[in-house]
Write a protein that binds this ligand. Structure first.
Ligand code: SF4
Length: 216
């Protein structure tokens, strides 16, 4: 399956040759990529850049960095079904080979930025609500598991979190993973959840300890 971005490259590759196209890249993944940035940055947008431009370059040079008064906390590099990356990954080239090496996926190449005044639990809850609604219902782990994940995250956000909730979420992260479901929707939904539990665990625990969302 090819998307519009792929097909738009074809006339240029035919006209100027494969070597020309490959050399546009900064890495062994050839050509260019349309990268996007959304979230509370100075200039959200999309830019066609050499493949392998780093996360930090895209965020700071093209999107203009964070809005006044906000700090960067993390990002989903390729849309809602990819794993969070954090500050230590800003120098990582955005290409199909390198992003998996640091634990995520390039996906669409359209980054969603998390700032320090947005609740990571609330952000993940919003994503899981979307995925739960999108489940087609064909297989049990996805059909029943995603609404359960959404329910637990909603409880955390509303100050009704329980000490066992994080274990429950982690179990879902295992049982809705590749090989347990018919398509990639449920495993994709688990990527932001599993990585948020890894990088923002303190925030989840704070919700349970204080019985409230600290950002509300
Ligand atoms: S994993 Fe895919 S096939 Fe299974 S219920 Fe979810 S959306 Fe449907």
């Amino acid at each position: 399956m090819n998307n519009v971005e792929t097909l738009c490259n074809v006339p240029h590759i035919i006209g100027k040759g494969a070597a020309w196209f490959k050399n546009l890249s900064k890495t062994t993944n050839g050509g260019t990529k349309i990268y996007g940035v959304s979230g509370k940055v100075q200039r959200p947008g999309a830019w066609e850049l050499p493949m392998g431009t780093t996360i930090g370059e895209i965020l700071n040079e093209y999107a203009g960095g964070m809005r006044e008064g906000l700090k960067f906390r993390g990002l989903l590099p390729g849309g809602g079904s990819t794993d969070f990356l954090v500050e230590e990954h800003l120098d990582v080239p955005m290409d199909f080979d390198t992003i998996p090496e640091v634990g995520s996926r390039m996906g669409t190449g359209t980054m969603i930025i998390l700032d320090d005044q947005t609740c990571p639990v609330g952000m993940v809850h919003n994503l899981e609500r979307f995925f739960a609604q999108e489940s087609c219902g064909w297989c049990t782990p996805c059909r029943d598991g995603l609404p359960w994940v959404e329910k637990v995250l909603r409880a955390l956000e509303e100050g009704r979190g329980q000490p066992g909730d994080l274990d429950l979420l982690e179990r879902h992260g295992r049982f809705l993973w590749l090989g347990f479901t018919f398509c990639a929707l449920a495993p994709g939904a688990m990527e932001p959840l599993r990585s948020a539990l890894k990088y923002f665990r303190d925030d989840f625990e704070q919700h349970i300890r204080e019985k409230r969302c600290p950002w509300r």
